[in-house]
Design a protein around this ligand. Sequence first.
Ligand SMILES: NC(=O)c1ccc[n+]([C@@H]2O[C@H](COP(=O)([O-])OP(=O)(O)OC[C@H]3O[C@@H](n4cnc5c(N)ncnc54)[C@H](OP(=O)(O)O)[C@@H]3O)[C@@H](O)[C@H]2O)c1
Length: 312
Amino acid sequence: MQKAVNMNTSLTSILSEYNFNKPPKLSQQQIETSRPLDKKNLAILGCGYVGSKLAEYWHKQGNFVTGTTTNYHRIASLSQVASQLVVMKGDNLSAIQFLLQNQDTIVISVAPPGNKVANEALYENTYLHTVRNLVKFLNQFSRLKQIVYLSSCSVYGNREGRWVDETSSVAFLERRSEVLYEAEKILLEKNNDKQKVCVLRLGGIYGPGRELIKIFGDLAGMTLPGRGERFVNWIHRDDIIGAIDFARLNQLEGIYNLVSDSPLTIKQQIEQIFSHYNLPSVIWDSSKRVQSKTVAAMPICQRIGIAPLASY
Ligand SMILES: NC(=O)c1ccc[n+]([C@@H]2O[C@H](COP(=O)([O-])OP(=O)(O)OC[C@H]3O[C@@H](n4cnc5c(N)ncnc54)[C@H](OP(=O)(O)O)[C@@H]3O)[C@@H](O)[C@H]2O)c1
């Protein structure tokens, strides 16, 4: 039973109290008693493309899900998929402390707006400030058993299409990947028997609204350099949700690459998509040199036996 915060009042009125972009209005006692002790309390820091779907998945299972957004205008849509929402940024210490109260698990799924164009300072603010603030409070919350951080295979840099696994060294092409790696390290240093830290290094994310046809469709009928033999890394959003839940249930710790378990070359990838959409194939010109940028990562599904949820 909720003592201080009446969850029967309209969600929006409660949520407006949790807007950490403005000073919080709740007392410490109210904050401490606002989450149920008899359910799994699961926090998702960053309810964007992945985070909001994860919130929906856990919420439907009957867990008490606290999600965050930086944008007050997203509350209405997110209120459909979370038990509680907090409007906050990761550089806000009191908001982070509030978020961690009574949680069993926290997933860090933050990314700056306009991912591709975000500058380095914004990257540092989004990832590093957030995790630095988070680790300050970890030993205050003994109920918290699992931390999952979503990172990226971009930390491996350019391997000219060669395969990597979690033991491969990192090699950054840009500061933004280094920031992701520094955030990993800050969190992994806090891993211990009582609080497990699991880092998932994701390939490129696709799924509803981010379909591969939108990414590759413009190449239909074009001539591209090389033979199309380099492997590509993608991961469907549903598989990310499955893997995060697997990590939580099995208290995974350490680093895992998270990519589709059907490794395809770029040529195979494009052929599959174009044949599905009945588009003209790409012509590969092996006389021209390809600028390989990606790595091919061994999939988590194959190595720890998760059944992949999605295929395309
Ligand atoms: N996209 C990819 O292909 C890819 C590849 C590899 C790894 N990843 C990683 O996968 C994760 C999920 O990606 P996604 O595509 O779901 O991201 P997304 O849709 O951009 O969502 C990011 C979330 O982070 C929130 N956020 C932004 N700045 C913040 C800050 N300073 N403090 C706290 N929250 C902040 C956003 O708030 P709002 O709700 O206000 O927007 C949003 O909820 C990220 O950690 C990303 O680095 C992505």
